[in-house]
Design a protein around this ligand. Structure first.
Ligand code: ADP
Ligand code: X2W
Length: 287
């Protein structure tokens, strides 16, 4: 590269930082819950980029909380162990053998992978599940689904204590049962419950599509609650998008300021959403 072009690059970098100032100021002290779906976890490089974004958020005074999924990783392990698995309305039917595998994969492999990626970027991250410090006590969702839980009691104070020491919590979506059971919780549901308990400023649901698509197939940049209800009734919002939009609505009702559904595979997806005018994905706010 010519010296003149190199100078131009550095000038562009400095300008980008300068333009980000109002956004950085807006989010100082804000709590941002980020749900990283199993389908949004790509290559090691993509994980490194995600981790760098999270560390940057912490560096500029945001309190980031990562809640992750890992459905495809659970499927792979269940297949290796020759355990059959099925989903009903987006939730895995979870028997005693399955919940053991879910906990091993989510709290072990997936959780530690994310924690290590964040720490390698200079963050201070700890891995938890809903069982740690009774972060998420659950009731059984429906006996037909087995050990699937619905969050009932949360411990946001524990997360606030971690924020005070600049610690980045990474949470696996498992819940503690009141009688010592382990509950498998849908990752979106867990992220929504944690965001509501913290009355978070933003809940970012990172997935493998650019946002919520309307009837014409285009991504809708902003969605109202009623539009979500209509699109779901029309079957335009379907499959894995249903738990996300349902989570968005209940999180807003629970006091979260805004929810964004966006493509976690896009480079710097979280930074683009929080710190630029451009924004990303579909924004859902109260009516
Ligand atoms: N209206 C819609 N807009 C966008 N995606 C939709 C819509 N309806 C259904 N989907 C599906 O929802 C999927 C996202 O859910 P899911 O695969 O469960 O994500 P994750 O693993 O990230 O939690 C998309 O890949 C898409 O196939
Ligand atoms: C009850 C239930 O379905 N739990 C999910 C938990 C993982 C998850 O939600 O993973 P994604 O975010 O990658 O889909 C499961 O067993 O697959």
């Amino acid at each position: 590269m010519k010296k003149q072009d190199m100078n131009r690059d550095w000038i562009a970098t400095a300008r980008t930082l300068s333009q980000a100032l109002p956004y950085l100021q807006r989010y100082t002290g804000a709590t941002v819950v980020i749900k990283l779906g199993g389908h949004a976890m790509g290559s090691d490089e993509a994980m490194e980029d995600f981790a760098r974004d999270v560390v940057l958020m912490r560096q500029v005074g945001v309190n980031p909380v990562v809640v992750h999924g890992g459905g495809p990783m659970i499927n792979a392990m269940l297949e290796r162990l020759e355990i059959k698995s099925e989903f009903v309305n987006g939730k895995r039917v979870t028997d005693a053998a399955t919940v053991e595998v879910v906990e091993m994969v989510l709290s072990g492999l997936v959780n530690k992978h994310i924690v290590q990626a964040i720490n390698r970027q200079g963050g201070k991250s700890v891995g938890l599940s809903g069982k740690d410090a009774d972060l998420m006590i659950c009731d059984q969702t429906n006996p037909d689904l087995g050990f699937v839980g619905t969050p009932a009691e949360m411990n946001p104070e524990f997360l606030q204590e971690l924020f005070a020491t600049d610690t980045i919590p990474v949470i696996a979506p498992l819940g503690a049962g009141r009688n010592g059971e382990t509950f498998n919780v849908n990752g979106d549901t867990a992220a929504g419950a944690i965001a509501a308990a913290l009355t978070a400023d933003r809940l970012l649901l990172l997935t493998d599509v650019a946002g919520v698509k309307g009837a014409n197939g285009d991504v809708m940049t902003e969605l109202k609650a009623q539009q979500i209800r209509d699109l779901t009734a029309e079957g335009v919002i379907a499959g894995g998008m249903i738990p996300k939009t349902e989570t968005a609505l209940s999180a807003i009702e629970g006091g979260v300021r805004a929810v964004v559904i966006l493509d976690g595979r896009a480079p710097n997806a979280c930074l683009l959403e929080l710190f630029t005018e451009h924004g990303a994905g579909s924004l859902i706010r109260g009516d």
